[in-house]
Design a protein around this ligand. Structure first.
Ligand SMILES: Cc1cc2nc3c(=O)[nH]c(=O)nc-3n(C[C@H](O)[C@H](O)[C@H](O)COP(=O)(O)OP(=O)(O)OC[C@H]3O[C@@H](n4cnc5c(N)ncnc54)[C@H](O)[C@@H]3O)c2cc1C
Length: 480
């Protein structure tokens, strides 16, 4: 029996069950590995199917369950990082006590909950507050997926396929719908960026302000709701966490909360593990912030991003080259359009440079060669001259169309797909954050961080943008 302890990771192993059946997508667990598997799971939710191998209905149910597990488990999952799908054979005597703990009375029985709640957990059907729930309508694949969709507010379909990087030669010229998958990558890139900053102890007195400003930008304009909220939580506690050197506490907070998936790349997955990933996710983060800022914030977003990349992106060549491009800007940006188009042009300058380097050194990802972007196929109207070769050194761009395209691609196509936490939890968090604000006396944190965090926790992001801007205008000079 095989089980990958990093249950949610990309390399989830297929399992051969005791009866020598074909490997499946659902992961077979037993009492010896049950707790560990859920401790290690990086998904937001888990499902456990309790079955008995002698039960004919369970044998018939297995292909149904597998159809759903295919969507969420394994290297080819269409929706990785969301649900860890498992099964336990209650007819195996070593599992008797485990099945008793979940009050399993008939087979198959399905349970749903956050992975951590299954660790040492159980279910007796009486505790209404239990986060583990009995799935009362999952008898076919269709019905189980419908039940899942009703929980998550999602619209997954049994036919969904992984955004397959390899199915066309030039994947980055293909399906515009793929960008919807990028939200998880943006979250992961955010987590990695902040992990690196902490691990490498990159926050110095001279770079602290840049980090705070970038986090403020994220609180208002990160496309992921849980990253906005996680960042707000950290900002509120920023002084405690950094000045008191309690860096370990940051793990407790999590820049994108604790539920954001780790170990997956979907939109940014390269054809090998050492291409794409983080740097692609970082670009998508920067673009998605750029299309969300207000006109009046564009210059601040530009300088903050330039400083952040310069001080915290620890690819030296990348950060220096990017900063050079920043330094060439002589007139302050007065509109979001200008900033969005500048970032797009800067990215294309990097693409152009890397295209030559990668071609000569043969280091490109064969399935993702660098191109001037967007290609004609992705945005035909971005090109004034439809006959012009995309490789041409001076493409006649229709900048209005490019701006429209970028605003949609990185804006409303890139949004949080998961369901909001329940209202009660938000309220608790909201109260906790408000408490912090009342107690805080730090001039920097209160206006810039805590106030944002309250709004973030309340999900009032429209109000937040207005509130923040008015604060920015009225902000008193910092205490030295
Ligand atoms: C700020 C920054 C500077 C970098 N500088 C360097 C460097 O100097 N040297 C180096 O070797 N690597 C550099 N990198 C890494 C490099 O740019 C790529 O991220 C990496 O090679 C992975 O490429 P990719 O194929 O995933 O596409 P990426 O270039 O990472 O792009 C990610 C996605 O963004 C979209 N995209 C592509 N071009 C544009 C555009 N012009 N505007 C908007 N969206 C676009 C595409 O959908 C693409 O798949 C830098 C990364 C960043 C974030």
């Amino acid at each position: 029996l095989l089980i990958n302890p990093a249950a949610g990771s990309r390399s989830l192993l297929r399992v051969v069950d005791g009866a020598g059946n074909q490997p499946g997508f659902a992961v077979d667990l037993n009492v010896t590995n049950f707790d560990q598997a859920f401790k290690d799971a990086t998904t937001t939710y888990a499902i456990v199917e309790f079955f008995a191998h002698w039960c004919p209905a369970c044998r018939n149910y297995k292909p149904q369950y597998e159809k759903v597990a295919r969507l969420f488990n394994g290297a080819n999952a269409a929706h990785p990082g969301i649900i860890f799908m498992t099964r336990v054979d209650c007819a195996d005597t070593i599992n008797t006590k485990l099945c008793d703990k979940f009050s399993v009375t008939h087979y198959p029985s399905l349970y749903w909950g956050p992975p951590s709640k299954f660790v040492g957990g159980g279910w007796d059907g009486k505790d209404e507050k239990s986060e583990i729930r009995f799935i009362d309508d999952g008898r076919t694949a269709d019905r189980l997926l419908k039940w899942i969709n009703s929980q998550l507010g999602s619209s997954y379909k049994l036919e969904d396929e992984k955004h397959e990087n390899g199915h066309v030669t030039h994947s980055n010229v293909s399906d515009p719908g793929q960008i919807a998958q990028a939200l998880y990558d943006v979250e992961e890139a955010t987590i990695i960026a902040f992990d690196m900053i902490l691990e490498n102890k990159m926050v110095k007195p001279e770079s602290r302000g840049t980090l705070i400003k970038f986090m403020q930008l994220m609180v208002s304009h990160h496309p992921s709701r849980r990253c906005r909220r996680g960042t707000a939580d950290i900002l509120v506690n920023f002084d405690d966490l950094y000045l008191s050197k309690k860096h370990g506490l940051l793990d407790k907070f999590g820049i994108c909360g604790k539920e954001a998936p780790r170990g997956y790349w979907t939109f940014c997955r390269g054809s090998t593990n050492d291409t794409r990933g983080f740097s692609c996710g970082l670009w998508v983060l920067l673009h998605s912030i750029s299309v969300r800022v207000e006109d009046g914030e564009s210059q601040m977003a530009f300088t903050t991003t330039c400083d952040f990349i310069h001080q915290f992106f620890n690819c030296e060549e990348c950060s220096e080259h990017f900063y050079n491009m920043c330094s060439r800007v002589s007139t302050p940006f007065s509109s979001k359009r200008e900033y969005v188009l500048w970032l797009w042009t800067a990215h294309n300058e990097v693409n152009k440079r890397l295209k030559n380097t990668e071609e000569s050194l043969k280091t490109s990802d064969p399935k993702f060669p660098k191109t001037i972007w967007p290609t004609k196929r992705l945005c035909p109207t971005c090109y004034n001259n439809h006959n012009q070769n995309e490789e041409s050194s001076s493409i006649d761009w229709n900048h209005d169309e490019v701006f429209k395209f970028l605003s949609s691609y990185y804006g409303n196509q890139l949004v949080s797909l998961y369901k909001e936490k329940d209202e009660e939890q938000i309220q608790i968090k909201n109260n906790a954050v408000s408490e912090q604000v009342l107690q805080s006396t730090n001039a920097l944190v209160v206006p810039a961080g805590a106030a944002l965090a309250i709004a973030a926790a309340s999900c009032l992001f429209g109000a937040l943008a207005w509130f923040w801007r008015s604060r920015q205008k009225n902000r008193k000079p910092r205490r030295s």
